[in-house]
Design a binder for this molecule. Structure first.
Ligand code: PEP
Ligand code: MN
Length: 357
C-alpha cells in the first residue's frame, strides 16, 4: 500500500494527535457547545461526530443525517476545526463530499462488509480525501487490511487505521476487547500506516479511558480518537463513555508521551539489554531442540511398546507443576500455561509423526 504520512493531511495541533467530538451530532447547540469547550483546550486536531449512527436495535437515535452535515459546517466556520464523520455506504459518502467534510471514517460495523467498503471505495475513485478505517467488530486482521486495501485501490493514500477493540464472547471489563497484538501485527505488516486508538469504544465507560489511552501511547500509536460531549448525561448515544471537554483536558494533561527516537544514551542502554535478550532467545531455542530430541526418544519408545501418545495424567501433572513453578518465580501463570499448551501440541505432533512412519 502506498501511504501518505499523517502530517501531510492532518496538521498536529498538539501532541499527542487528538481527534475528539461527540459520538453523535444531536443538534446545532450540542455541537457548538462541545466544539467551544474543545477549542479552548487548544489540543484537538480534528473534530468528530457521527451523523449516521449504526445502532444495534431500531428506534434508538440513528443520527440526524444531512441536516447534521450543515451544522458541522457551522462548527468549522466558527472554530476552524477540520471535520470527520462516519460513512457506511455510497450515499453517505456522496453527501459527506458534497458538504466538504475533511476526513471520512469507516465504522467497525461497515469494515466487516466488503460490499459496503467497496461501494464507498467506488465513490472515492479520483477523490482526494483522507479516510480512516476502524477495525472490524470481530478480531479478523485480514478483513481490516482488506478494507484498507479497497480504499487504497481507489487511489486514496491519505489513510489511517483506527483501533477500537473487538467484540468478545465472554464478559471482560472492556466494552470491546483491545487485543493489542492485532494493531501491533498491522504495524509490523504496514509500518507506514498510521494507527489511531479509540479508547472510548474500547472502554465503554469513562473510568477505563485513561489507562487505555496511555497504553496506546506506550505502544507508539499515532494518535487518539476520544468521544466528548458538553454534557454526557444527556447524550443520545454512548453516554457512559463520553467525557466533557474539561475532563478530556484533564486526561490529556496526565498522559505521558513516549519518544520513538531515543537519545544516544538510551540507544546504548537499550542495545545492551537487547543483546542479552538475543542471547537468551538463542539459549531458549537450543533448549527447545534438546526437548524435541527427548520427545523423539519417548515417541519411539511408545511406538515400540504400543503405548498411546496422549497420557492425560502426565499432561495434568506437567501443567500443574509448571504453573506452580511460574507462580513461585513471579511469572504470569496464564502465560506459562499457554507456552505449555504449545509445547504439548508440538510434542503430540512429533510423536504422531513417528507413529505413522
Ligand atoms: C463511533 O465512533 O461512534 C462508532 C460508531 O464507532 P465504532 O464503529 O467503532 O463502533
Ligand atoms: Mn460512539
Amino acid at each position: 500500500m502506498k501511504i501518505s504520512p499523517i502530517n501531510t493531511w492532518l496538521p498536529l495541533t498538539a501532541e499527542p494527535l487528538l481527534i475528539a467530538g461527540p459520538c453523535g451530532a444531536e443538534s446545532l447547540e450540542q455541537l457548538m457547545a462541545t466544539a467551544k469547550g474543545l477549542k479552548e483546550l487548544n489540543k484537538i486536531s480534528l473534530f468528530r461526530a457521527g451523523v449516521w449512527k449504526p445502532r444495534t436495535r431500531p428506534n434508538a437515535f440513528e443520527g440526524k443525517g444531512e441536516e447534521a452535515l450543515k451544522w458541522l459546517n457551522e462548527v468549522k466556520k466558527e472554530f476552524g476545526f477540520k471535520i470527520t464523520v462516519e460513512v457506511a455506504n455510497a450515499q453517505h459518502t456522496e453527501l459527506a463530499l458534497k458538504y466538504g467534510i475533511d476526513v471520512l471514517w469507516i465504522g467497525a460495523r461497515t469494515t466487516v462488509n466488503p460490499f459496503s467498503v467497496q461501494e464507498i471505495a467506488d465513490v472515492l475513485k479520483g477523490v482526494d480525501i483522507p479516510v480512516m478505517v476502524k477495525n472490524p467488530v470481530h478480531a479478523d486482521l485480514q478483513l481490516w487490511i482488506g478494507a484498507l486495501e479497497r480504499i487504497n485501490n481507489s487511489g486514496i493514500t491519505k489513510l489511517a487505521a483506527v483501533h477500537r477493540g473487538f467484540h468478545f464472547h465472554d464478559k471482560t471489563k472492556y466494552r470491546n476487547n483491545p487485543l493489542w497484538q492485532l494493531p501491533i501485527e498491522l504495524r509490523t505488516l504496514f509500518p507506514e500506516l498510521p494507527i489511531i486508538c479509540d479508547p472510548s469504544h474500547i472502554s465503554g465507560n469513562r473510568e477505563l479511558i485513561p489507562s487505555v489511552a496511555q497504553k496506546a501511547l506506550d505502544l507508539g500509536m499515532n494518535g487518539l480518537m476520544i468521544e466528548s460531549h458538553f454534557d454526557p448525561s444527556v447524550a443520545l448515544s454512548d453516554a457512559e463513555q463520553q467525557l466533557t471537554p474539561k475532563q478530556l483536558g484533564e486526561l490529556i494533561s496526565k498522559l505521558i508521551l513516549r519518544k520513538e527516537v531515543c537519545t544516544e544514551d538510551a540507544v546504548n542502554k537499550l542495545s545492551e539489554l537487547r543483546n542479552i535478550i538475543d542471547e537468551i532467545d538463542e539459549e531458549l531455542i537450543h533448549v527447545l531442540k534438546k526437548r524435541t530430541q527427548i520427545i523423539e526418544q519417548i515417541g519411539n519408545y511408545k511406538k515400540e511398546h504400543n503405548i498411546t501418545i496422549f497420557q492425560l495424567e502426565r499432561w495434568q501433572e506437567l501443567l500443574r507443576t509448571r504453573i506452580q513453578l511460574a507462580q513461585k518465580l513471579g511469572l504470569s501463570p496464564n502465560h506459562v500455561e499457554k507456552i505449555c499448551q504449545l509445547l504439548h501440541e508440538e510434542s503430540i505432533r512429533i510423536q504422531n509423526g513417528l507413529m505413522n512412519k
